[in-house]
Design a protein. Structure first.
Length: 246
């Protein structure tokens, strides 16, 4: 990507399954397409309630999103940090992608599902599902058993009662920030906790985004002015559109 990114537009935890949230999400993407290449788009994970990125498991909404990404990455940065509801995403769909942290300069983007070391049940679940063996089984069993397997995974993610998922792990967050400071990182952006929080330690700023699913909130970070802002996606986009008309 030759064009220098001036603004990062971020979305976290849309958990799309259809309905109004899906329609609103794709309306937002259509408007993002009209912005100049200096605006990068960052997906901070859990964009879908479940996305197993194998052809036999993907539905129309996944394919529509893939098509948008493939078109947009030709002119702007498209960054995706894999959430706990996404599996086996091919990196070629995006300019930058990863299962963990993505660092760009002094910025760090992450979903946040592995931050809390006390969340032992989830960490074991993650190891049990995210591996080559499970991927091979899913590939070979679909479509005969694939939909049932996928639905079981979705339900286990949705119904898993876990106090660590609901509680914001401030101690772990502060440790993350202290480690980031040693590496020269100045800003951290994350999702996962469906909670809007801001922390600052020794010049390091961390911004947790609320879930787009429940709030319609997105966020931007202006690299030139060093300003972060979160708000209703259409208001954030309107301000960006106005800025680039001037």
């Amino acid at each position: 990507m030759e064009t220098k990114t001036q603004t990062y537009f971020m979305i976290a935890d849309a958990h799309i399954t259809g309905g109004e949230v899906e329609q609103e999400f794709f309306r937002m993407l259509e408007r993002l397409s009209a912005l100049p290449p200096s605006v990068a788009v960052v997906f901070l994970g859990d964009i879908f309630e479940l996305w197993i990125a194998l052809g036999k498991y993907e539905a129309g909404l996944h394919r529509r999103f893939i098509q948008w990404c493939e078109t947009e990455k030709q002119k702007r940065q498209i960054i995706f940090t894999e959430g706990n509801h996404e599996f086996f995403l091919p990196g070629k769909l995006f300019t930058r992608s990863g299962r963990g942290d993505i660092r760009i300069g002094d910025l760090l983007f992450t979903h946040g599902d592995r931050i809390n070391p006390k969340d032992i049940p989830y960490l074991f679940f993650r190891m049990g599902v995210r591996n080559f063996f499970t991927k091979s089984v899913l590939y070979l069993t679909g479509p005969a058993f694939g939909p049932k397997v996928a639905d079981n995974i979705r339900l286990s993610l949705k119904t898993r009662k876990n106090i660590y998922k609901k509680a914001f792990p401030e101690k772990a967050i502060r440790k993350l920030m202290q480690n980031a400071q040693k590496k020269g990182i100045k800003r951290i952006f994350l999702g996962h906790f469906h909670d809007c929080r801001d922390f600052e330690i020794g010049g390091i700023r961390l911004h947790a985004l609320p879930a787009f699913q429940n709030t319609g909130i997105a966020a931007i970070y202006d690299t030139e002015q060093d300003v972060f802002q979160a708000g209703a996606w259409h208001e954030i986009l309107s301000a960006l559109e106005q800025k680039h008309k001037q």
